[in-house]
Design a binder for this molecule. Structure first.
Ligand code: GLN
Length: 540
């Protein structure tokens, strides 16, 4: 085996061409998965060239879900894909943004680290990027790190990152770096032929900045034709066997098999001088098969605030699909804007009767909150399985306090700061926090589950760790009154200071969690609350 890079790790860089939304994240995850199945220690990094420090302050409807890591990082949703594919927990360091890079450079400049120098994009910013990548690879003792660069080649914002990749190839040598470029071969209906020009142009753009791709992953609806492959190979100067067709697959989890059927690992191994180039599929294939053959379906209504972009609940969707696949059921999600049930829209609630279960996901702020409470109350009174997540936990409590405990003016102080009955209230440590970035209760916390409860049955454990992202919590001054009325708070964290799970023992399944159960779900290993919810819904 050829000598490795000085830190022992090799780097694969994934760039995007033509346009966004081609599934670069899935290509990155699938490449990492194949390498993992071949026995390598791998992980992924997502680079987001925007200037925000992290994804936490961005609108989920514009940018998709904020994925939370164990260490409390508020990350791009691609980190969630990586975790689901390679079943490896990421840290916040695995999501690098322009904001973070510049913040570090400026802090170092103020500390006098560059004393006497003019601080520039090359080398100071590019050095910061390279160091960030190398540090993770070193700390995690990775054999191979797959680095995905967000955006499309040609964007001004991504230039310093691509320049850093180019320098790494120069420094580490060709056997320690590899470039995968993801492009598109569209078909224009009238001609029916796969067009290669967008790929040609995007490779030209990449070469202009000094990067020659080694592998092209070409997105297309149907398998890439031999003609198109030959043409792309010739114009892009990429060997034909390294032009990989990424045609539509029945499930994203099938993509590693699509890539491997065309010799992806062999192509990578030859170029990077790797010894092992055969994936050992283990039970991965059995798991992926479960996402392609279904015996019936389960209809789940997701009642939330950000339904116009289903990506804003992408981990919730995947967690549902993991649970569905494990019992052979396809999940059909009906995305319902909770505002529909407001301002005289209560009669629309009857549409929930056509669903097998109701899920209320996370959310922030007043708009649409009354609609979520109405849905939570409807599911309770009609005995429809209900799963509440974070906001969906808090609003189920408010609805219960109002309708069952007869505290008609109950509310969360997030929605009505002057409510007389703040059944959900600001966490004390949040009172003096004014900054909005990274200031919530974030990341993984231990949760103690009370024995002989639904929660204990669901988890089969007395303690679990789950991830959080919230500022408000159940106000335990109301514990006695909700208990007396039949609501059980069956798990707590921080030595009993905060409640984490609610349940109604006499209901078919009425369960809500303060944490984000969706982030811990994996294909073949659905998160337990989702699993129990989907099983209950499937019995409808
Ligand atoms: N807005 C609520 C809070 O801050 C819920 C947050 C969420 O659903 N992630 O506590």
């Amino acid at each position: 085996m050829q000598s490795k890079a000085q830190n022992g790790s090799k780097f694969i860089f994934v760039t995007g061409g033509v346009m966004s939304g081609l599934g670069k994240g899935v290509t990155t995850s699938s490449t990492a998965k194949l390498l993992q199945l071949a026995g390598y220690r791998v992980s992924c990094v997502k680079i987001d060239p925007y200037v925000n420090y992290d994804a936490g302050t961005m609108n989920p409807v514009a940018h998709g879900e904020v994925f939370v890591t164990d260490d409390g990082g508020e990350c791009d949703m691609d980190i969630g894909n990586y975790e689901r594919f390679i079943d490896t927990a990421m840290t916040k360091d695995h999501n690098i943004t322009t904001g973070r890079v510049y913040n570090n450079v400026i802090l170092a400049e103020r500390e006098g680290k560059y004393l006497g120098q003019c601080v520039q994009i090359i080398p100071h910013v590019t050095d910061e990027i390279k160091n960030a990548l190398r540090n993770i690879a070193n700390e995690e003792k990775l054999d191979i790190m797959v680095v995905e660069c967000g955006g499309t080649v040609g964007d001004i914002e991504s230039l310093p990152f691509l320049e850093a990749f180019r320098q790494m190839e120069l420094e580490l040598g060709q056997s320690n770096t590899l470039f995968i470029h993801v492009t598109l071969a569209p078909v224009l209906d009238v001609v029916g032929e796969q067009k290669t020009k967008p790929t040609q142009h995007s490779v030209q753009e990449l070469r202009r900045i000094g990067i020659q791709p080694d592998i092209l992953a070409v997105r297309c609806k149907m398998q890439l034709s031999d003609d198109a492959r030959r043409k792309i190979s010739l114009f892009a100067s990429v060997e034909e066997k390294c032009v990989i067709s990424c045609h539509d697959a029945p499930s994203i989890y099938k993509v590693p098999e699509v890539l491997e059927s065309q010799g992806m690992l062999k192509a990578i191994s030859e170029r990077m001088v790797l010894r092992r180039s055969t994936p050992h599929w283990g039970n991965w294939r059995t798991v992926t098969e479960s996402f392609t053959k279904y015996g019936g379906s389960v209809r789940i209504a997701v009642v939330g605030k950000y339904v116009t972009l289903p990506d804003s609940y992408v981990s919730v969707y995947h967690a549902l699909s993991h649970a569905g696949a494990s019992i052979g059921k396809k999940i059909e999600v009906q995305w319902i804007d909770s505002e529909r049930f407001e301002n005289g829209g209560l009669s629309s609630l009857s549409m929930l009767k056509d669903c097998d279960g109701v899920l209320a996901p996370g959310g922030f702020g007043r708009r649409g909150s009354e609609g979520i409470m109405a849905a939570a109350n409807f599911a309770r009174t009609k005995n429809i399985p209900y799963l509440g997540i974070c906001f969906g936990f808090q609003l189920a409590i408010v609805a219960f306090a109002r309708h069952v405990c007869k505290l008609h003016d109950a509310n969360s102080t997030e929605l009505d700061p002057n409510t007389k009955n703040p059944v959900v209230d600001f966490m004390p440590e949040q009172r003096n926090v004014h900054d909005m970035g990274g200031t919530m209760r974030l990341g993984s916390h231990d949760i103690a589950i009370a024995p002989k409860t639904v929660a204990a049955r669901v988890y089969g454990l007395t303690e679990v760790k789950r991830r959080h992202r919230h500022r408000y919590e159940f106000n335990q001054k109301y514990l006695d009154i909700v208990n007396e009325n039949g609501l059980v708070l069956s798990a707590h964290s921080d030595s009993g200071r905060r409640m984490e799970i609610l349940e109604m023992p006499n209901h078919r399944f009425y369960f809500a969690v303060q944490y984000h159960a969706e982030f811990n779900s994996r294909p073949g290993k659905p998160e337990q609350a989702f699993d129990a919810f989907v099983k209950a819904a499937a019995k409808s």
